[in-house]
Design a protein around this ligand. Structure first.
Ligand SMILES: Nc1ncnc2c1ncn2[C@@H]1O[C@H](COP(=O)(O)OP(=O)(O)O)[C@@H](O)[C@H]1O
Ligand SMILES: [Mg+2]
Length: 299
């Protein structure tokens, strides 16, 4: 299916979904205004899933039967693409199985650093993105396959990774303000979670030019350093509010099942640093020069 046809199908699916299932059109925005707008989760035949609520999707990811699984051709981590079946509703998902936990010596000082590349961080990223109200990581749950522990994430039908858009000459967002606003949210989120792997294959773009963040298996480093701080000039106003006001305890409680104590401590240290960083910038440059309001795509 070419892109134009696909957009028409998706738009029709969104319309059908909102007519058939009252309230559905708002379901992808259930958490906050920062959620991607208009996205409808689809089944394996591009029809709207009868469950759109994220908690329901997570429940389905946990329980629906895995009827097919195969190694993914794209990517290096050995993920599986699976087909799930719940009472005849079939939908796709990706299962991440990677779980590397090593200590290695680096540099001339031969310092020992910890290296953890784990499927569990995808779930931690999803939970944090929900807790903070940005809703940018696709619904994810704990579930293994092929005899291994893992995490499972809904397959985002109708999205394309940024690197493919670029290679195909299609990376031309119609609303550049909305585009850069969403990127700014991503940069703050990545600094918060110490993500060392935000390449363009790990950013999905949907038919409405919403950005979705995936592949966080190399995040949640044990460091208080804010990576990529050159990108931390601006912050979305509501994101700034939750960054300041979400209690440490709420973060510990939500991510405690997935992160070690040190990973949690580091996350909270980075949160504190981010808050200081933006408070300083606001004091120096004024609120209007630093904060912005995410505008939905204006088309
Ligand atoms: N939930 C998803 N929905 C749609 N495509 C996905 C999803 N997860 C992964 N992909 C696709 O698979 C590719 C590889 O997955 P990723 O999690 O990035 O693994 P790797 O660690 O191998 O890079 C991504 O670049 C993207 O094209
Ligand atoms: Mg990747």
């Amino acid at each position: 299916m070419n892109t134009d046809n696909r957009r028409v199908v998706l738009a029709a699916a969104a319309l059908a979904a909102s007519l058939l299932l009252p309230g559905l059109s708002h379901s992808a925005e259930q958490g906050s205004d920062l959620y991607p707008t208009g996205y409808v989760f689809l089944d394996a035949d591009d029809r709207p899933l009868p469950f759109q609520d994220r908690t329901e999707i997570v429940a389905m990811l946990r329980t629906a039967e895995i009827v097919e699984q195969r190694q993914m051709s794209r990517g290096v981590a050995g993920n599986l693409r699976v087909l799930l079946d719940h009472d005849g509703v079939r939908f796709k998902a990706v299962v991440r199985l990677i779980d590397v936990n090593e200590r290695e010596e680096t540099g001339s000082l031969r310092m020992v650093v910890k290296y953890r590349d784990s499927h569990i961080f995808e779930l931690a990223a999803y939970e944090l993105s929900e807790l903070l109200g940005i809703g940018r990581v696709p619904p994810t749950a704990r579930r293994g396959a092929a005899g291994f522990d893992g995490t499972i994430q809904i397959w985002m039908e109708g999205t394309t990774p940024e690197d493919i858009m670029l290679a195909e000459g299609r990376l031309q967002p119609p609303d550049r303000t909305s585009w850069w606003h969403q990127k700014s949210i991503m940069w703050v989120f990545d600094a918060l979670i110490a993500n060392t792997d935000r390449n363009q294959g790990n950013l999905l773009i949907d038919g409405d030019w919403n950005l979705w963040f995936i592949d966080h298996t190399r995040a949640f480093r044990e460091t208080s350093v804010l990576f990529d701080s050159a990108h931390l000039d601006h912050c979305e106003r509501r994101f700034w509010e939750v960054l300041q006001t979400t209690p440490d305890e709420a973060i510990r409680e939500r991510l405690g099942p997935y992160l070690t104590g040190r990973e949690l401590d580091s996350l909270l240290l980075r949160r504190g640093k981010l808050v200081k960083h933006f408070a300083k910038r606001i004091k120096k440059h004024g609120e209007d020069a630093v904060l912005f309001d995410l505008v939905p795509d204006s088309r």
